[in-house]
Design a binder for this molecule. Structure first.
Ligand code: NDP
Length: 308
């Protein structure tokens, strides 16, 4: 990655019909971005980043210049957004103005990671009161939300994380069971659902521990994103013998749920039922290191870059 500094003349910045210019305040760092840093001929559900071009991602900022009647100056450092990429900004802007939550939450709790937690748990997990769910990477952007929604729905929640301070946070969130998977072995326990976000060895152990008819919500496989030696799952026979359902999802297919999700989440926030931990790093120059930290577990909470 390269840090490029460039002067821009805001006053005379050329905007085509329908384009807008945005001053960034918060930029989201997400594990899926690692998947887009690949050779162009490798197939995936979303296109790779182009070499030598600016990375694309989610952000929150202020529109400082607009040549688009639908977007007034009001709500990136700076992003020039062409007309055909502006859809959804008005809805986001409205949701931010209606909510009392910090703006940055719209990149985490009230944004893509929160929605992933909500649709993964509801649509695949189909939680029933009294069931047990196990969540790996449980203190992260998605994991902490899944656990808290699961508590609201009356589930028994077990969460693992890779660091003692993260485990302590899970205790503060009233998880029923917590452990550091780097220092503990998973003791014998039974569960009806498993939200798998880092896969590999954890998934293998959990496959042996799942209850009959349990659902595995395959959200991500972060331990596999940056490795040349993929982990081979051994305990798959459990899928047959325990009648398990393993189902993946991509949050981008579920944006029709965003209004219902944000309404529920806003309400839970107001009622004090949800907390959210962010890991905000200041300065765009620190983005590459912060991104690498996300892939080694050095982040603690939703990874965000704040533009100073
Ligand atoms: P997190 O905030 O949870 O950060 C990533 C965490 O993953 C780290 O803090 C660390 O937690 C764990 N981790 C990092 N590297 C490794 C590794 N090599 N081996 C094992 N664990 C590791 O990120 P998100 O909540 O944003 O994302 C979590 C997962 O969900 C990712 O796999 C992501 O791709 C996926 N995801 C999927 C979506 C979908 O549409 N399906 C949407 C959004 C996210 P710890 O220290 O506890 O191990």
């Amino acid at each position: 990655m390269e840090l490029v500094t460039r002067e821009i003349d805001i006053e005379n910045f050329p905007l085509a019909d329908g384009d807008i210019l945005v001053k960034n305040q918060y930029l989201s760092l997400d594990p899926y971005m690692r998947g887009k840093m690949r050779k162009p001929d490798t197939k995936s559900y979303s296109p790779p980043f182009d070499l030598d071009k600016v990375l694309q991602g989610r952000g929150i900022g202020t529109i400082i210049k607009s040549n688009n009647a639908n977007y007034k100056v009001g709500w990136e450092e700076y992003s020039h957004i062409p007309k055909d990429a502006t859809s959804g900004i008005a809805e986001l802007s409205e949701a931010i103005s209606k909510s009392n939550a910090p703006k940055s939450y719209f990149l985490g709790l009230l944004g893509m990671p929160g929605l992933s937690a909500y649709v993964g748990l509801n649509k695949i997990g189909k939680p029933k009161k009294g069931e047990t769910i196990f969540i790996s990477a449980a203190s992260g952007a998605v994991g902490q939300v899944v656990g808290q929604i699961a508590k609201i729905k009356g589930l028994r929640v077990i969460g693992s994380a890779g660091d003692d301070s993260k485990v302590k946070y899970l205790e503060e969130l009233n998880f029923d069971g917590t452990f550091n998977y780097k220092t503990c072995n998973i003791d014998e326990f039974e569960t009806n659902q498993f939200l798998s976000k880092n896969s590999g060895e954890t998934l293998d152990i959990v496959l042996n521990r799942l209850n009959l008819n349990a659902r595995v919500i395959a959200c991500g496989m972060i331990s596999q994103y940056n490795t040349k030696t993929p982990y081979g799952v051994k305990n798959l026979m459990n899928v047959v013998s325990k009648r398990l359902l393993i189902q993946g999802f991509i949050v981008g297919d579920h944006y029709q749920e965003i209004d219902a999700f944000q309404k529920d989440m806003d309400e839970w926030l107001k009622q004090g039922k949800i907390k959210y931990k962010e890991d905000i790093v200041e300065g765009i120059q620190n983005a590459p290191e912060a991104f690498l930290n996300l892939l080694t577990g050095k982040n603690f909470g939703k990874a965000i870059i704040k533009i100073c």
